[in-house]
Design a binder for this molecule. Structure first.
Ligand code: G1P
Length: 274
C-alpha cells in the first residue's frame, strides 16, 4: 500500500513524565538534539508520508507550527518535502479520540499512526515492512513483550500466521493485565490504518480509564476480519517514562552522526568508573 499521510497523536497530559511536563508538552521534550515529535515526523517522512497531522492540546499547535513551519528558520533538514499540520483535540478523551480528531483531514486515505512515546532504534524502521504487508486492511505493529507490559500496553488476539512475521489479528484488549492477556503480542505504537478505523472509533464506547481507546477500535476492525499484525524484528524504545527517556536519549545520542562517537567514548569511560 502506498501511504502518504501520517497521524501523530501528541496530546495528553504526560503524567508519567512529571515534573518535566508541568508546563512543557511531552512531545516537545528534547531527545538528544530535537523534540520527541520530530523523531517520529522524520520516521514517517522516511516511509513516504508527505502530509503529517500532529494532534495536540489547545495552545500547543502554535509550538508545532513554529517548530516545523518557521518562515524565519526555513524547513528542517530532511523534511523539505513534508508538510506538518497541527490539529487540536479540545478535550483529552483518549488516544482513540485523538486519532478520530484527524478523520476529516485524512478522509478516505490509508495512514500511518505513530505514537511519540515509542521511538525506533537507528536503522530499526518498521513502517515500510508494514506497508508491504498491508493488503486491503489495517496493519498493527507487534512485539512479543514480557509480563511487565501487560498492564501498560494493548495486546492482540492472534489468529493464523501468514508467515514468520505476519499474523491475523482477531481482536485486541487494552491493558489486559496477566489475567485477561490474550497473547504476549503487544501493540508497540506503530499502525497503518484504513479509514475503517474511523468508523470503528465512532462506534466504540469509552474503555480503560474512561477514555476512547484506539485498541478497542482495533478490536472491532480485527473482529471484522480485516486486520493483520506485523511482528517487528526489533524492539522500540519507550521514551514515555523517565527511565525509558534516559535510555532513548542514550541510544539515539550514541548513534548521532556528529557527536555519537564522542558520546560513546564518554559512556564507556563513565560506566567503567561505576
Ligand atoms: C498506548 C496504547 C497501547 C500501546 C501503548 C504503546 O498506551 O493505548 O495500546 O500498547 O501506547 O506505547 P498509553 O501509553 O497511552 O498508556
Amino acid at each position: 500500500m502506498d501511504v502518504e499521510v501520517a497521524v501523530i497523536p501528541a496530546a495528553g497530559r504526560g503524567t508519567r513524565m512529571r515534573p518535566a511536563t508541568r508546563a512543557l508538552p511531552k512531545a516537545m521534550l528534547p531527545i538528544v538534539d530535537r523534540p520527541a515529535v520530530q523523531w517520529v515526523v522524520e520516521e514517517a517522512a522516511r516511509a513516504g508520508a508527505r502530509e503529517i497531522f500532529v494532534v495536540v492540546d489547545p495552545g500547543v499547535g502554535v509550538l508545532i507550527e513554529r517548530h516545523f513551519n518557521s518562515q524565519e528558520e526555513g524547513p528542517l533538514a530532511g523534511l523539505e518535502e513534508v508538510t506538518v499540520y497541527p490539529i487540536v483535540q479540545d478535550v483529552p478523551r483518549g488516544l482513540g479520540d485523538a486519532v478520530r480528531t484527524a478523520a476529516g483531514a485524512v478522509g478516505n486515505r490509508g495512514f500511518y499512526t505513530l505514537l511519540v512515546d515509542n521511538l525506533v532504534y537507528p536503522d530499526g524502521d518498521v513502517l515500510p515492512s508494514m506497508a508491504v504487508a498491508a493488503q486491503a486492511g489495517s496493519v498493527v505493529c507487534l512485539r512479543e513483550l514480557g509480563t511487565e507490559f501487560l498492564a501498560r500496553y494493548g495486546f492482540i488476539v492472534p489468529g493464523e500466521w501468514r508467515d514468520e512475521h505476519i499474523v491475523e489479528v482477531l481482536g485486541a484488549i487494552e491493558k489486559p493485565g496477566v489475567e485477561a492477556a490474550p497473547s504476549k503480542l503487544g501493540l508497540i505504537g506503530r499502525y497503518l490504518f484504513t479509514a475503517e478505523i474511523f468508523d470503528a472509533l465512532d462506534h466504540t464506547p469509552p474503555g480503560v480509564g474512561g477514555e476512547l481507546q484506539l485498541t478497542d477500535a482495533i478490536n472491532v476492525v480485527g473482529e471484522s476480519g480485516s486486520c493483520l499484525g506485523y511482528v517487528a524484528c526489533d524492539d522500540l524504545l519507550d521514551a514515555g517514562t523517565p527511565s525509558g527517556y534516559l535510555e532513548a536519549s542514550t541510544v539515539l545520542g550514541a548513534a548521532h552522526a556528529d557527536f555519537g562517537a564522542r558520546y560513546r567514548a564518554f559512556v564507556t569511560e563513565f560506566t567503567e568508573g561505576l
